[in-house]
Design a protein around this ligand. Structure first.
Ligand code: V47
Length: 380
């Protein structure tokens, strides 16, 4: 073991919070196995040998976007080849298909569409809720929420906007759009997007309204290791606040997202290596002691690395997915799906026990085509 990790091991064993300096040591040590072992220890303390997965559908309703983030290969401008937007009827049809296939969650995000009205978004939620009432709608990143506040002419009333969306059927907020909480990186790679304080504010207001949310970090582009650590510390602080204020909503899950360079303006960069991905997942587990879950998004991590990460702090794999347009690993196709059997086998082969969960981490019980959830979330 790298002797620099001795003190950190003691802290982990005694459940003492790690510092930003500890995180830097973990990110720079060559001793990857000790980092993974420590993260696994924390994961097992929280979840035993359980690993969660969900049967979900991702829907990216438009790639038209007012922003032009350098890391993003997804956005298109008006009139550009490949630009698209779904109609509310098309979204409804997708929700019906998802529900009939047994999905419990629809994860919906898109670009900042320049001219769709606020009603498009509330109509979309209402249509899904009506057509597939059991489907949990996890939709709109904090960036989209601020955009919706602007287009509904309430730029300073996030509470009203989120309340309207909740009323229309919004169940929770995904963790996207956080990127890296640093102004230099922001100005270089995603200028024009909301800054960290606004991203945190949207989640805080959601938590006040009892809406659960997730958080991401997009790493492996032009940020420094210090920036990553700062980001994790900011998330931890925001969750501390939600807990101290006893808010009805919380962050549930952190999803570290490795930068995929292909076709983006930053495609000259190599993107993070497999070892770096494993380390980021493990360090997220170790630093975010007040987050219940660390998720590996296999679309970006690959299923193989996600499986390995189950021994390195990860307790959750998203999901069956099916269609995903924002990034593609090793191909052009938006059809990106794993079957339930494949997911469960990957978890079992890692020596762990798969548990199907819904968006709120309640155990899903299936009986043929029917399903229901247990009342309480799986104990943590
Ligand atoms: O916000 C965009 C990122 C995010 C690239 O909450 C890229 O459960 C890598 O947030 N390389 C969307 N990442 C995905 C997301 C997510 C995924 C799975 C689960 C959850 C959840 C959230 O993807 C965007 C952006 O940060 N992204 N381009 C890229 N080239």
């Amino acid at each position: 073991m790298d002797s620099a990790l001795k003190n950190i091991r003691q802290k982990v064993e005694n459940q003492i919070r790690l510092s930003a300096e500890d995180a830097m040591t973990l990110l720079t040590t060559p001793d990857i196995w000790t980092v993974c072992e420590l993260a696994d220890r924390v994961k097992r303390r929280m979840h035993g040998d359980l690993v969660y997965y969900n049967i979900n559908r991702h829907l990216n309703y438009t790639n038209l976007c007012a922003l032009s983030c350098k890391f993003c290969a997804f956005y298109r401008k008006k009139g550009q080849e490949g630009a698209y937007e779904y109609s509310v009827d098309q979204i409804k049809a997708e929700a019906i298909k998802a529900s009939e296939a047994g999905a419990t969650e629809m994860h919906i995000v898109g670009g900042l569409h320049p001219w769709l009205p606020f009603e498009y978004y509330t109509d979309m939620l209402k249509a899904i809720r009506e057509a597939a009432p059991k489907l949990h709608i996890k939709a709109f990143t904090a960036v989209e929420i601020v955009h919706l506040a602007r287009i509904s002419k309430r730029p300073n009333d996030l509470r009203a906007v989120l309340s309207d969306l909740k009323e229309a059927g919004l169940g929770s907020l995904p963790g996207g759009g956080a990127e890296v909480f640093d102004d230099r990186v922001h100005d270089e790679a995603f200028k024009g997007k909301i800054r960290s304080d606004k991203w945190i504010e949207v989640h805080e207001v959601a938590h006040e309204l009892g809406i659960k949310t997730n958080a991401t970090i997009l790493y492996g582009h032009i940020e420094s290791l210090e920036d990553r650590v700062h980001h994790l510390c900011m998330l931890r602080e925001a969750q501390d606040k939600a807990i101290a204020n006893d808010l009805p909503g919380r962050f549930q899950t952190v999803i570290p997202l490795p930068f995929i360079p292909d076709d983006s303006e930053l495609e000259h960069l190599p993107g993070p290596s497999g070892l770096e991905n494993l380390k980021m997942l493990a360090v997220s587990r170790l630093m975010l002691d007040n987050f219940a879950h660390v998720k590996s998004f296999w679309i970006m991590q690959t299923l193989e690395l996600s499986q390995l990460a189950l021994q390195a702090g990860v307790d959750d794999i998203d999901g069956t997915v099916v269609w995903y347009d924002i990034t593609h690993v090793g191909g052009e196709h938006t059809h990106q799906e794993v079957g339930v059997t494949e997911l469960r086998t990957a978890i079992r082969d890692a020596g762990l026990t798969p548990v199907e969960r819904d968006t709120l981490y309640r155990r899903v019980i299936r009986d043929g085509a029917q399903w229901h959830v247990e009342d309480a979330p799986v104990a943590v």
